[in-house]
Design a protein around this ligand. Structure first.
Ligand code: FMN
Length: 217
């Protein structure tokens, strides 16, 4: 009888994984790590509630425990909770946005709060720009970012990774004073921002293509 229950449970789990247009509800799997991975979504609406410092500490510390090539740790992390910085950056973009451009359009959205997808805090991950053989700083930072986002999710927080504020703001003359305030070390450049806060939306899962997975047996 126990064997039958086990077989039925395994069969059900296999079925729920293989039909996953949407991620399988992982509570059925009873695995909190898988549940966190499968239920994370990019969040673009946040409550007006600051994230406690202890939680931010945990999130960023999880980041630096990510695997990274040769443990070179050629990354730097800045956690911005300054509303002056976030709102100042937003105002600077607003002032300089060309009429009709996508940058200008975002300000028309009634739910718009700031250029970091409305998040009340922003983590900026920077990497050392190097051609050193064996260095994979962008990969390392991606792994770091996912560690942070999963840790945040497990703590009841929402996140959104954003490349756009780097390319369209921090790397431009308008963003330069704001980048300077982040104080990255010489030779380091920002790579990715992560908006973080208490989520105020529950977006549906974006579909994933399982066809990309192939076994060579
Ligand atoms: C490297 C990278 C850059 C991204 N840049 C942005 C961005 O600038 N703005 C944004 O709203 N979302 C950005 N995203 C979020 C993606 O749009 C999102 O992860 C994707 O649509 C899948 O949705 P999900 O995260 O909810 O599963 C970025 C994601 C990654 C990994």
């Amino acid at each position: 009888m126990r064997k039958l229950v086990f077989a039925l449970t395994m069969g059900f789990m296999a079925l729920s994984c293989s039909t996953a247009e949407q991620p399988a509800p992982a509570t059925e799997q009873g695995n909190p790590v898988i549940e966190t991975i499968m239920s994370r979504r990019s969040i673009r609406a946040y409550k007006d509630q600051a994230v406690p410092r202890e939680l931010l500490d945990q999130v960023v510390e999880c980041g630096i425990w990510a695997p990274n090539a040769m443990n070179s740790q050629m990354w730097e992390v800045r956690v911005v909770t300054s509303q002056e910085w976030i709102n100042g950056a937003t105002e600077a973009v607003k002032k300089n946005a060309e009429a009709g451009s996508p940058a200008a359009k975002q300000f028309e959205d009634p739910s718009f709060k700031n250029i970091f997808r409305n998040a009340p805090a922003v983590i900026v991950i920077g990497h050392k720009v190097t051609n050193q053989p064996g260095s994979f700083t962008q990969v390392d930072c991606g792994l770091m970012a996912e560690n942070m986002m999963l840790a945040a999710k497990s703590l009841g927080l929402g996140t959104v990774p954003m490349a756009s504020p780097v390319g369209t703001f921090l790397a431009t003359p308008v963003g330069a004073p704001f980048l300077a305030q982040l104080g990255f070390s010489e030779g380091y450049e920002p790579l990715l921002c992560i908006g973080i806060g208490y989520p105020d939306e529950e977006p549906a899962a974006k579909p994933r293509n399982k066809e990309v997975i192939k076994y060579i047996e």
